[in-house]
Design a binder for this molecule. Structure first.
Ligand SMILES: Nc1ncnc2c1ncn2[C@@H]1O[C@H](COP(=O)(O)OP(=O)(O)OP(=O)(O)O)[C@@H](O)[C@H]1O
Ligand SMILES: [Mg+2]
Length: 352
């Protein structure tokens, strides 16, 4: 792990804000603070913040309730504001690449290059072919500025801005490593998005966001039963827990929507196989609040015909019992991967 102090991981999601603080110890990281604050509906839509004040207040509440003093944070963005492409360029030195990258980005990014932050990571050097593969990441300045400005107004200091999918991959790598002989997908299904990241030969080989998540399931229950959103949400969560009291009608709606989300995910996996020449998918790892729905996990497994398992977020992270609300940790475990991945970032690094 790199030098420096851990930043506070702040995941500003569509449904809620998750904040996490880790402390490095000789025996590895310990979770010392955890906060969770729901956001009112329509605060963030398709990744755009429509109501900044609501986000600022929720950030202040999350930090207050979790008793977090440190103000240096890592945040992340996702969805339409981010474009990730795997590209191939001629072999060159780091200095040459730094000079060339804007030009390369212009060829591959469908936004005006002046409007985006560009970053890259070298995935693979192939000297025999005189080429190297890069992961090119472009994030809209406007979106990055919106989120960092909101954080500043909540008296926080954003040091790192990352991408949701990569924070989850970082956490996964810390817990399990990225086995070079495996092709697997990490899928994060939140409230408004399902983001897919396929890791192959130890690097991210394909990413795609699907504009449907848990809200879509709730909205279908709401619409088809004619009940308020909050009630539909309760029906959904009760169905996720199994147990009695769930009407067959609710079950049927959930099964149907989960199958349609699984179908969209499968189309992305098929696209990856068709374009990459990789025939195999060894496993799928699922996270995000909607991974609490066994119906979704089963639907994905049925479509993909591979094993699907939940990511245990705290596999290698100990918990400081006295400060962390155990019930919050248990009920929200599936929603914490992004914040946890961010909380591993250090104040001496910078992304974007
Ligand atoms: N126990 C549960 N059973 C079923 N669904 C749940 C449960 N807990 C949370 N969810 C669903 O998970 C979603 C929220 O997950 P998450 O916190 O990962 O999303 P987000 O980060 O706020 O949103 P996004 O990443 O899409 O911007 C909501 O749709 C919520 O209904
Ligand atoms: Mg999320």
């Amino acid at each position: 792990m790199s030098e420096g102090n851990n930043l506070v991981g702040v995941d500003i999601g569509t449904s809620s804000i998750k904040v996490v603080q880790l402390k490095e110890t000789r025996r590895g990281p310990r979770l010392i603070k955890l906060g969770y604050t729901p956001l009112p509906r329509q605060t963030i839509v398709d990744g755009h913040v429509l109501n900044s004040q609501a986000v600022i207040e929720a950030l202040e509440r999350a930090f207050g309730e979790a008793k977090i003093k440190s103000r240096d944070i890592a945040i992340s963005i996702s969805g339409q504001a981010v474009i990730i492409r795997k590209i191939t360029v001629p072999m060159m030195t780091a200095a040459e690449l730094d000079e060339q990258i804007q030009w390369e980005a212009e060829q591959h990014i469908p936004f005006d290059i002046k409007d985006v932050h560009v970053d890259y990571e070298v995935l693979r050097r192939r000297p025999e072919a005189g080429q190297m593969d890069l992961l090119l990441v472009a994030a809209k300045r406007e979106e990055v500025n919106d989120y960092t400005e909101i954080a500043r107004q909540a008296r926080l200091r954003p040091v790192v801005v990352d991408i949701d999918a990569f924070t989850v991959q970082n956490l996964f790598e810390f817990n399990r490593g990225l086995p070079p002989d495996m092709t697997f997908a990490i899928i994060n299904v939140g409230a408004s998005l399902a983001s897919i990241n396929i890791v192959s030969k130890g690097v991210s080989a394909f990413t795609r966001d699907i504009a449907n998540g848990g809200n879509y399931i709730t909205e279908q229950i709401q619409k088809q039963l004619g009940v308020p959103f909050e009630q539909a949400e309760e029906f959904k969560c009760a169905a996720a827990m199994g147990g009695g009291g769930v009407t067959p009608q609710v079950s049927t709606i959930i099964d149907g929507v989960c199958d349609s989300i699984a179908g969209e995910i499968q189309r992305s996996l098929d696209f990856f196989h068709a374009t990459s020449g990789e025939a195999e998918m060894h496993r799928i790892f699922l996270t995000g609040g909607s991974s609490n729905l066994p119906q979704l996990l089963n639907a994905i497994a049925r479509r993909a015909r591979v094993g699907v398992e939940l990511i245990p977020p705290l596999e290698k992270i100990a918990v400081e019992g006295k400060d962390v609300n155990a019930q919050l940790l248990q009920t929200r475990a599936g929603q914490l991967c992004v914040a946890l991945g961010l909380s591993m970032r250090k104040d001496r690094e910078r992304r974007l």
